[in-house]
Design a protein around this ligand. Structure first.
Ligand code: FAQ
Length: 332
């Protein structure tokens, strides 16, 4: 499989001299940090790659509601329940902004949804892990939203205008999500012995999968080189993973929790933490559909789609009626 990959070393990315005049003018706009807008000319590969990345991101927001939605009815207080409910609703909103951004590239939301439901399009691997205890709501907010922000703040400067603008609002909300997760962890880590153990267990289970959110190592990343040349991605997978570890380890220490990595050390020379890579075999297995919750997640989305058919049909029939009435008034 890896033999077919274009490595992120730059192999497969055309230099300005190899481009035809249209491609070259496009690349020069990107290099000058111009925003590309929907009606502008763009290479086919740029359009396809953006649809893939934005679509996968949108699907992640939607499927990402499931592990947390699981705890809304069991939140320990009314306040926690209201906060979690608002967070899960925010994720639906993020999905909508992103589907709209992808639609400006000429793909329909229906098509993207069909591709999610059939398993053709991916969503983030992290959402194929179960949320077993209330502390997992803390770990998801702290680590998963924390990793999402690390990845998404630079995407506010991405070259495609509608994507960059969607990311501005999303990042504001993700910051609140991360803080609420850390707040749950603080309560648990400073609570009873049973609560502290629960918090440590959540960190143990979510640490590796959170590191995987940034994608495979740079040398195994298929899209990084071209995506970075087009500023669809602003940093490499390994760069962002390192930034996440550097930011998160002191936060774990403040909680009095232990990051589940015996090799974790501050490296004075590099000015970064050295850390163990996550289990990449497990990552690729989850991508193939073999994670603990892949089947359950797709079943849940398919069920929601099937059971929502009457609502969609009702809304479409209403819109058609209104259009027909307006056309009749215009004709009179
Ligand atoms: N999971 O060549 P690369 C969130 C795939 S939002 C699944 O390195 P790329 C909010 C990749 O698609 C989380 N698949 O790929 C929230 C490609 O396969 P393909 C989502 C993955 O695109 C919080 C192949 O591996 N965020 O969490 C993953 O350059 C809480 C080769 O990889 C975004 O989508 C993965 N982790 O880099 C919601 C951000 N990693 O398509 C609810 C935007 C890689 O060729 C609750 N996306 N793959 O078949 C990105 O920045 C990039 O797409 C990466 C991957 C960094 C995810």
């Amino acid at each position: 499989m890896y033999a077919q990959m274009i490595k992120s070393t730059g192999e497969g990315v055309k230099s300005l001299d190899e481009m035809d005049p249209q491609e070259r003018a496009f690349q020069e706009r990107i290099n000058a940090n111009d925003k590309i807008e929907p009606k502008d000319w763009m290479p086919d590969g740029y359009r396809k790659n953006l649809i893939r990345q934005i679509g996968q991101h949108a699907h992640s927001e939607i499927v990402g509601q499931l592990p947390e939605g699981n705890w809304i009815t069991r939140a320990p207080t009314l306040e926690r329940k209201a906060i979690l409910l608002a967070k899960v609703q925010d994720e639906a909103g993020h999905g909508l902004y992103l589907y709209c951004a992808a639609e400006t590239l000429g793909v329909s939301r229906d098509q993207m949804t069909r591709d999610l439901l059939s398993g053709k399009m991916k969503y983030s691997s992290i959402f194929n892990y179960p949320t077993l205890t209330w502390a997992d709501m803390g770990a998801v907010g702290w680590l998963v939203d924390g990793a999402a922000i690390m990845n998404q703040v630079p995407l506010q400067r991405t070259s495609y205008g509608p994507y960059a603008r969607a990311m501005v609002r999303i990042c504001k909300e993700e910051s609140f999500h991360q803080r609420q997760g850390y707040d749950i962890m603080m309560k648990m880590a400073n609570g009873t012995e049973a609560q502290r153990k629960m918090a440590q267990d959540a960190l143990n289970r979510f640490w590796g999968p959170s590191l995987m959110m940034f994608g495979p190592s740079d040398e195994n990343s298929v899209h990084s080189a071209q995506s970075m040349a087009w500023k669809i991605k602003m940093n490499s997978n390994d760069e962002l993973r390192q930034k996440f570890v550097d930011q998160t380890v002191p936060q774990a220490e403040y909680l009095g929790l232990t990051v589940p990595d015996d090799t974790l050390r501050w490296n004075e020379e590099r000015g970064h933490y050295d850390f163990a890579q996550p289990d990449w075999d497990e990552f690729f297995d989850v991508l193939k559909g073999n994670g603990p919750c892949n089947t359950e997640r797709l079943e849940a989305r398919n069920k929601a789609w099937d059971e929502g058919r009457w609502v969609r049909e009702g809304l479409l029939a209403h819109a058609a009626k209104k259009r027909a009435a307006a056309a009749q008034v215009a004709a009179e």
